[in-house]
Design a protein around this ligand. Structure first.
Ligand SMILES: [Zn+2]
Length: 196
C-alpha cells in the first residue's frame, strides 16, 4: 500500500473536475466491467476522480458515479477538512492528512460482524441514513500498475469499501435500507431533486 499512496498524493491538488452522476442515473444501476488496461488513461481517470472527490468533498468515489462503468473506486477516510475564516470575512477550505487509495477490480470476502453507521453518497445528495454493514472484511484488488494486493479492513474503512464496492454492482446505499425506509427516502429525494 505505501508506495502507491505516496504516488497518489501527487494527484490530489490538480485535475479536472468530473461530473458526478446523481441517482437515479442508469449508469448507477449497472454492473460495471472489469478494468483490463492499466495504461495512462487509467492513471488520468484516477487522478481526476481523486481531485473531484476531495473537491466535493467526499470520502469515496466510484467510477460509475462519474459515468464510467468500470470496476474501480478511490477513497480516503482519513483526510481532514478545515474551514479557515479570514479576518476579512473570506472562508478558505484547507485539506490535510491525505491518504488517497485506489482499488481496481476489487473483490470483498470474509465479511465478519456487524456495524451500523450513517452513510451519505455524492450521487444521492442530501440523504444520510444509518446502514448496516460488515464490521470487518478482506479485500483483494489491483493497483494502478495492475499489481494484486490483499488487505484486511475494519470499521470506517470497511464501511467505505463496502459502500464503494456496491457502486460497482449497481447498488446505491438506499438499496441497503429496509423497504419502508428506502421508499420513503427515495420519494423525498426525488421530490427535492425535481424542485432543484
Ligand atoms: Zn456512494
Amino acid at each position: 500500500m505505501s508506495a502507491i499512496n505516496l504516488d497518489l498524493k501527487d494527484y490530489i491538488l490538480e485535475g479536472e473536475l468530473l461530473n458526478i452522476f446523481k441517482y437515479p442515473s442508469p449508469v448507477l444501476k449497472k454492473v460495471a466491467d472489469p478494468v483490463t488496461d492499466f495504461n495512462d488513461d487509467l492513471k488520468l481517470l484516477v487522478k481526476n476522480m481523486l481531485f473531484t472527490m476531495y473537491k466535493a468533498p467526499g470520502i469515496g468515489l466510484a467510477a460509475p458515479q462519474v459515468g464510467l462503468s468500470h470496476r474501480l473506486f478511490v477513497l480516503d477516510v482519513e483526510f481532514q477538512r478545515e474551514e479557515i475564516h479570514n479576518p476579512d470575512g473570506d472562508c478558505e477550505i484547507r485539506l490535510s492528512h491525505f491518504k488517497p487509495r485506489v482499488f481496481i477490480n476489487p473483490i470483498i470476502s470474509d465479511l465478519e460482524g456487524e456495524i451500523i453507521h450513517e452513510e451519505g453518497c455524492l450521487s444521492v445528495p442530501g440523504v444520510y441514513e444509518d446502514v448496516k454493514r460488515a464490521e470487518k472484511i478482506t479485500i483483494n484488488y489491483q493497483d494502478l500498475d495492475g499489481k494484486s494486493h490483499k488487505m484486511e479492513a475494519e470499521e470506517m474503512l470497511a464501511i467505505c469499501l463496502q459502500h464503494e464496492n456496491d457502486h460497482l454492482d449497481g447498488v446505491v446505499f438506499l438499496e441497503r435500507l429496509s423497504l419502508i425506509k428506502k421508499n420513503l427516502l427515495t420519494k423525498k429525494y426525488l421530490k427535492k431533486k425535481k424542485r432543484g
